[in-house]
Ligand binder design. Structure first.
Ligand SMILES: [Cu+2]
Length: 147
């Protein structure tokens, strides 16, 4: 009887540890920042074929909950912004022992060729696998940290 209680306590503790593994700080929600282009800070950059794909935001960071940030596409040869047409995004967080968690993400042309305004919802703190598809089958993958 006592053994069963101890085992239950251990099982509950293990579930709690698993759940907190990628939830981190409890600041749920949060406001999306504006995407003024004047003071954007680079978060990550990836090479995809002849393109450089850059994730930027006002703070240089991403946070849990709704985010507004910016994607830029530049030709690696001359570092000039280049329109790439339609951009498709996918945000997934791998979860231990569960199917991946999906975060919404959409891209809107900003009016400046090669620069797109991104809205996403990173529902948990942790690393999101962020896939960017553009052009004729080009693809860039980022591991973005929401804090
Ligand atoms: Cu998660």
């Amino acid at each position: 009887m006592r053994m069963r209680i101890i085992l239950t306590v251990i099982a509950v503790a293990m579930v709690a540890i698993t759940l907190t593994a990628c939830s981190g700080s409890g600041d749920a929600g949060g406001k999306g920042g504006s995407t003024e282009t004047s003071n954007l800070k680079q978060i990550q950059q990836q090479r995809a074929g002849e393109y450089l794909v850059t994730v930027l935001s006002e703070t240089g960071q991403l946070k849990q909950g709704p985010n507004k940030f910016v994607l830029e596409f530049r030709k690696a040869s001359d570092n000039q912004l280049t329109d790439v047409g339609e951009v498709q995004l996918n945000a997934l967080m791998p979860m231990p022992g569960m199917s991946p968690m999906s975060g919404g993400a959409g891209a809107t042309p900003s009016g400046t060729p090669g620069r797109y305004d991104i809205e996403s919802n990173f529902s948990m703190v942790g690393t999101w696998n962020f896939t960017v598809k553009f052009g004729s089958g080009q693809q860039a993958r980022f591991a973005l940290k929401a804090q």
